[in-house]
Design a protein around this ligand. Sequence first.
Ligand SMILES: Cc1ncc(COP(=O)(O)O)c(C=O)c1O
Length: 422
Amino acid sequence: MNYLPENLKFEEGVAFINDFSLLDISSEYGTPLYVYDWENIKNNISEFSTSFGNETLYRYAAKAFICKKLVTLLNENNWGVDVVSGGEMATVLSALDTLENTLFNGTYKTKEEVDYFISNNGGHISIDNLNEIPLLQDIASKNKRKQPVILRINLDLGAETHPMVLTTGYDQQFGLSIDAAETALKEVYNADSLLFSGVHVHIGSQIKDPERFRKAMEECSSFLEKNKASVEREIVFDAGGGFFSPYEGDEDGKGLEVYADSIRSGIEENWDTDYKIMIEPGRAVVNNSGIILYTAGAIKEDRGEKPYILVDGGMSDNPRPALYGSEHKLFNISENKKEEVKIFAVSGRHCESGDLLVEEASLPTDTNPGDILMSTSTGAYTFAMASNYNRVPKAKVIGISNNEIFDLVKRQSFEDTLAQDT
Ligand SMILES: Cc1ncc(COP(=O)(O)O)c(C=O)c1O
């Protein structure tokens, strides 16, 4: 998996996805514009499916990017969705009419969300804390369901990734410590409307080292082995998401089958009866296939060491650089640009000095107002984290397949930004 969309190519500096010129697309659809190489997403899905096999329960992490057409594509490939909110559930429901293959995760689950999930035949709920158990029992019982639940366990596996995307460790707010998990298991066992169905660890994002997955699953299988008496049926080992997806400058990660083998080997270390693997990849499915197009506005040369290019988007369409200093390689995809490059700071349009898309972007020396800039590796945690800061309407999202361009999410209008005002 490379950091660029698989079907992206350059012809005389102009970027194309398949045979569609992104320059033409930017003038037809306007900017900022999120663009997905749809065939690339399909290939990412099938790479997971081939590496982990048909028996695995795939629960794509909606938080990376979700829309109805993506839910449909996932469903066509037998993938369910991992959701953390009623809004994400509503997106799945509107595409599929059921939450059957949906996993409900998250540290705060409201009564309304739990009821919405259970009453729509929701798949698994991952228990984050002990407070949830009576709430889930109560709502499952009112809905006359025996609700499958798994326990999210917090293990101290050490940091390998950026602290902002690490989600295990004793200083983290997610999941249950092993001791709390033992208590939770007993409580679930005694709750007649809950069905204990497995364990869950999500280490964090951008995990390169397969050994961490192995270790996480080894600790989970040891926990389950000790508590085997409470296991009533085939168990799920949910290894979470976090599979590595390269950004510019990163080497490609290991093949996914290496992670699949590590997960299996950790489970089988202590567990010798039937089980199913569940995984929740997000970024590795959508990140490299997505780009954002911007139009360059003014270029200020009257300050600092490098000129500032001011673009028509920023932290409202991609908050990641401001949130955790993420870096996205920029290309000027306008025609007939010089080969010679210089360093620019590329700034967003928002009223924050932190709204810098790229601090040191290497772009053609003749980059001018009106040029189209393409920000890469922007398929994950961009539109999903978009806001209406400064009441800027959210940008449009399109997909490009082999032979067509299609809308995924419409551009907001000015009126949309005040639709909830009274
Ligand atoms: C519980 C859980 N599962 C899955 C994911 C997806 O992670 P990634 O997009 O790195 O695959 C996350 C990301 O934060 C998460 O918190």
